[in-house]
Design a protein around this ligand. Structure first.
Ligand code: BDR
Ligand code: CA
Length: 304
């Protein structure tokens, strides 16, 4: 299977993406790197280790950046993902320990060891990725590709009218990545809001996969409530899972090649803009949303 590291801030939809990757026969998950975002980085690495254990995997979790570039604090998205990142599920057990290397160094090392083969799927703020690019000029060349869940190029944002949350949380890091990107696919709200997962989908999943499916249904109640209150939506976007699926299933997406920059200040901070002066990245513009939902359910259902 495709060698994959997920850089993540679990996070409810992050947990879904990690479960999907664990279940996917075409993916070999070799590790997780944790970043601040939906919650503090200590909590996100703890949640990542909890998931690895509950999924019966034995892979490293490397903890990364606690804050955005140049910041010294972070306000987690508790109203979206709950006080500890998993909705109403709290007091998450502390299992095992983080890898001795910090996330950026771990990414650099794995890209070197698996030269040309490693795919990194970044589903949180891009701080760890920008750090890895800074740390090693070879990093980008060593990667097979980078797939990012982030941005809203053709549609409105979610954290503000202009910006998507992952890009907004560290606009500088994101802009740095787009200034000198490895081969990159961007999976933004343009497509992830076309992959809605509804209450009935969660119920079906929980029936078919009692442990993991049941867990995902339980933590998602909180998330579904948020989506209903803000958008009147009857489901939640499979944001991070859609990015993992884009790693292996490009034909399910319609992509356009464009350079990108990120607005770094003012009211539109965090907005992703097309920029003809920048190197090209592949931006997803459309998706077979029903196909993504079906694939997610089918594969996660195979878990206990
Ligand atoms: C992204 O922001 C986070 O809240 C989600 O986990 C996802 O990665 C969606 O904008
Ligand atoms: Ca995320």
């Amino acid at each position: 299977g495709m060698k994959l590291i997920i850089d993540t801030d679990p996070g409810i939809d992050d947990a879904m993406a990690i479960a999907y990757a664990a279940a996917a026969p075409d993916i070999e998950l070799i590790g997780l790197t944790a970043v601040f975002g939906n919650t503090h980085v200590r909590q996100s690495s703890r949640n990542a280790r909890y998931l690895v254990d509950r999924l019966g995997m034995n892979i490293p979790v490397a903890e990364g950046a606690p804050f955005a570039r140049g910041e010294s604090s972070h306000a987690p998205s508790e109203h979206v993902h709950g006080p500890e990142g998993f909705g109403d599920f709290t007091e998450i057990p502390q299992i095992g320990e983080n890898h001795t290397l910090p996330a950026a160094e771990f990414l650099v090392e794995m890209a070197r060891v698996h030269r040309g083969e490693l795919v990194v799927c970044a589903v949180g703020p891009l701080t760890n990725i920008a750090d890895a690019i800074r740390l090693d000029p070879e990093f980008s060349r060593n990667l097979c590709k980078l797939v990012i869940m982030g941005g809203a190029v053709f549609c409105r944002g979610n954290i503000t009218e202009h910006a998507e949350a992952n890009i907004y949380h560290d606009a500088k890091a994101a802009d740095e990545v787009f200034a000198a990107p490895p081969p990159t696919v961007l999976v933004g709200l343009d497509v992830t809001l076309k992959t809605l997962y509804e209450t009935a989908d969660f119920d079906d999943l929980a029936r078919r996969s009692r442990d993991m499916g049941g867990f995902l249904r339980d933590i998602s109640r909180f998330y579904l409530k948020f989506y209903k209150e803000i958008g009147g939506l009857e489901g939640c976007g499979l944001h991070d899972s859609t990015a993992v699926i884009a790693c292996t299933h490009e034909p399910m997406f319609e992509m356009v090649d464009t350079g990108l920059n990120v607005v770094l200040d003012g009211p539109e901070i965090g907005a992703t803009r097309c920029d003809p002066t920048r190197p090209l990245v592949q931006v997803c513009r459309d998706v077979d949303g029903a196909g993504v939902v079906r694939l997610f359910t089918e594969r996660v259902s195979s878990l206990p």
